[in-house]
Design a protein. Sequence first.
Length: 341
Amino acid sequence: MLNHLVFGAGLIGCYLGANLQYNKQRVTLICREHIADKLSKGIVLTDYLQHRIAVEPIPSLTSVVDAMDSFDVIWLTVKCTAVETALAQLRLIVGSKTTLVCCQNGLGSEQLVKQAFPDNQVLRAMVPFNVVELADGHFHRGSQGTFAIEDNPANFNFVTDLVSHIESPVLEASICNDMDSLLWAKLQLNLGNSINALADIPVKAMLQQRKYRQVIAQMMRELLLVTDAKSIELPKVTSISAHYLPVILNLPDWLFKIVANRMLAIDENVRTSMWWDISQAKPTEIDYLNGAIVEQAKLLGISTPVNQKVIELIYQLSNNKLQNKRKITGKQLYNLVMPKI
Ligand SMILES: NC(=O)C1=CN([C@@H]2O[C@H](COP(=O)(O)OP(=O)(O)OC[C@H]3O[C@@H](n4cnc5c(N)ncnc54)[C@H](OP(=O)(O)O)[C@@H]3O)[C@@H](O)[C@H]2O)C=CC1
Ligand SMILES: CC(C)(CO)C(=O)C(=O)O
């Protein structure tokens, strides 16, 4: 049994923490007080396939200052934008043998962790599915995908153990030996995040409208120019391969419904993490998502106009400068960001 700390237990952290507890690991959560209050009766996890597990209350603290233990594994589940601030607390508890698992979306936030702890094992993890909180302490996974932890060939058995500590009836998990490619592939899916925040409707309703899909498809094409130039082969994260995704998204609504029925097999209530950020007036992860594409593209001399325009819109939305444009329609968005031919 290992001693695990989940630092920044929100949607993903509570989901992972409950799976660790289910597997009889020692777990402590670092979370905000209002979250700790909601977990006092334990945690229930369900998924879109009607699986369910329930665990007893997990010890929760609001700061590591109160943690007496040293930890074998720290699962860092804050947003990318909170990683830097988290480091100050992590410095108090990371021991020489502690492994850190960075569970952020996007690219690059783990660099801060690696710089802060150059002698520790720092692994990245990829969360492919959506989690929402349906009631206090009840977290629901609304979409498909296998949680992946980065391999470390020098420590393969340890990573295999981590996988077995986290997988459960509501969480498939695996080891990934090419995390760079997997995170780019996940980033491709996260290009829906900004559009979901701008559209202000559930993901399923957004995907049913071609104009939104066309904008997402164009951002994906820009991403694919970058990954092709870098010779990165993107693994499949959904049932559709990376280069085929923009083609499918571009289809007329009636045909999309038939061809992409598995893509639409998501709960009606799913919204992306960026929608939650905007709704709760929190900073978004846009710089680590679309921003990372623009940054890499610049280095390669590739232009990414649609990603750039969408970034501007998200900044305007965050700064309340979009006024009547919250709930932007597909047509409005298309006209604003797509290149005029
Ligand atoms: N939600 C989802 O469905 C998915 C999310 N992801 C990714 O997973 C990562 C985590 O996302 P998610 O779980 O949604 O985020 P949440 O905002 O739900 O959870 C993060 C939690 O950490 C808390 N936190 C931040 N800093 C500290 C601190 N110093 N001490 C204690 N608590 C702290 C936050 O509180 P506060 O907000 O008050 O700062 C928040 O409650 C992100 O990178 C996201 O993109 C990936 C796939 C799906
Ligand atoms: C699972 C997905 C792609 C969409 O919910 C996500 O990663 C997010 O919301 O950030």
